[in-house]
Design a protein around this ligand. Sequence first.
Ligand code: 2PG
Ligand code: MG
Length: 437
Amino acid sequence: MDQGTIRMSTEIASVSGRRVWDSRGRPTVETEVRLAGGAVGRAIAPAGASTGSAEAVDKRDGGTAFGGLDVMQAVAAVNAEIANTLRDRDACDQAGADQAMIELDGTPNKSRLGGNALVATSMAIAHAAANQQGVPLWRHLGGKRDDFKLPLPEIQIFGGGAHAGRRVDVQDFMVIAVGAGSYEQSLEWTAEVYRAAGRIMQDAGLMRGVADEGGFWPAFDSNEQALDFLVRAIEKAGYAPGSEIAISLDIAATDFGRNGQYRLSADRKTVDADGLSELLLGWLDRYPIVAIEDPLGEDDGEALARFTAAAGSKVEVIGDDFLCTTASRIEAAADIGACNAALIKPNQAGTLSETKAALDAARAAGWASIVSARSGETEDVTIVHLAVGWGVKQLKVGSFARSERMAKWNEGLRIAERLSHSGGNLPARDSFPWGRK
Ligand code: 2PG
Ligand code: MG
């Protein structure tokens, strides 16, 4: 920049990266963006364990240190190439900054510079822009409206699959307090269910600790036993299963499916796509389930369309590994009638702009959407602001334990306080009509 030019306060003055550590003790990337006006924005990349094959790829160094998971190359990319490209850009032009990074990377899956480098930087730019303007991030993202709502929390009680040594096959057994009148109340109710679940598992001698996202690590004999215990926990906590507290499942079927065959180890059987669909449709009949994520593997689009045709009028059929927060994949899925809701994870897309494009595609298809954390997380709370600012219906960040999870639920409480003047702060109570019998 020429000496004497007046700089806009939201111009990016510097971008720097550093290595920090996530909730599994693995290295990850933090980016710090400093603006000409003095504001600083910081964000940290999360990391998944059950990943879809079309996700943006994290750059990992390989070799022997930290199991090959070090991120020093991604940090170096932030400090050099990415910093040089972004310097002097307006942090308020998120789309322009993201596009510049996408072009700089030049690969379809962000593998050259790293999805971890890009997503941390993209989110840090948004934080810096919000800070410079003196507004919370959710308002910077959401613009001038006064109808902001908190998302409905979707909270894990039992963890399984890749997050708990595959003791049960289903990955997330979650609850949604569909009958709660406010965000605060939904957390209070869930806290009681989490405690009750811990007590009944302890009494039954089935407690093995906590899984990666803070949910209890169960020693159940079958997947259905987990569902039975979850209903018991809801009842023991004093709530009506279904009308007050309903169940949401992430089957994460890609993880136990291969060549159209699904191995349910906990149930000691192998089924094909139609067999798995039949089993899950049976669960939908017998348990108060309102949402089911990745019921089939990421390659089983047609079976997923058949499943959605059978279940989509009763529950949210959510695509995660199948959609990978990608607008074109969501459009293609909508064309064949696969899914009626999309999980939205910024690090699957790689930048905030692409994440928002995926959300817009889901909305254009008439779908529900859920902003989601990853199993590897940190104190970063950006996703809570995305959910509020973008008006997303649900938020999934894991369980009701461990600080990388609680930091996010607690951030929602702070936002709720800011919004409390506007009355009820959750999405419309009729958004799960089938869960309110
Ligand atoms: C998922 C997430 C969160 P991971 O599958 O939805 O539960 O897990 O981050 O390991 O992909
Ligand atoms: Mg999932």
